[in-house]
Design a protein. Structure first.
Length: 212
């Protein structure tokens, strides 16, 4: 089994120590950092995402795999930065103002990082203006918002309105999700996409980024 296949395999079992060790070894063997990232780490997390989508594994398995992926990323990051390798794109993520729930949002963040995207996670209880500021500051083409309470959902429409007001419509796309959120609600407020679960949200974000 190749060293990259070993990295992917250990990542799927959540073995962060082996992932870090093998990532270091792959660099010592002269493998390109981006090749290690794409085939070993992202390859492993893609499989995890597919298994999670198919309900073959559950949230704790995804979290363990993510921890292992971050261990490998820590080894690769200095080399990736030094070589000026860009990320596939940036995403601003957060739970809307008044809402402190973040398990779903955190899972989406993990899976977005797992496909090679750079995630700027603003946390929970995020004011509408902060989403737009962060998108401008980081040059992110996508804002992802989550809500678990119906009472906080109107904050999503405020972000959509701010994006339009600031002339960013089309440049900054918006995806919404969370238990009470629906595709119909997303259409009503003028969001660009709706993610019905974490795996679907990742697919929709990738599609939005490819449109830019």
């Amino acid at each position: 089994m190749s060293i990259l296949a070993q990295i992917a395999e250990h990542l799927q079992t959540g073995d962060d120590e082996h992932v870090a060790e093998l990532t270091r070894e792959a660099l010592e063997q002269g493998l390109e950092p981006k090749h290690i990232l794409d085939t070993g780490l992202i390859g492993g997390m893609t499989t995890i995402g597919e298994k999670f989508k198919a309900h073959d594994i559950f949230l704790p398995d995804v979290l363990m795999a993510a921890k292992a992926m971050y261990a490998g990323m820590e080894i690769l990051k200095p080399r990736l930065i030094a070589e000026g390798i860009p990320s596939l794109g940036k995403v601003i993520l957060g739970t809307v103002q008044g809402d402190l729930h973040d398990i779903g949002k955190n899972l989406v963040g993990i899976m977005l990082r797992g496909v090679g995207l750079e995630v700027i996670d603003l946390g929970n209880d995020v004011a509408p203006g902060r989403f737009v500021e962060a998108a401008t500051e980081h040059g992110a083409p996508v804002i992802g918002m989550s809500a678990l309470l119906t009472t906080t959902m109107p904050a999503m429409s405020q972000v959509v309105a701010l994006v339009k007001e600031q002339g960013l419509a089309g440049k900054v796309k918006i995806i919404v999700g969370g238990a009470p959120v629906s595709a119909e609600f997303a259409r009503e407020i003028g969001a660009d996409a709706y993610g019905f679960d974490a795996a679907n949200a990742v697919e929709r974000v990738k599609a939005l980024i490819s449109e830019n």
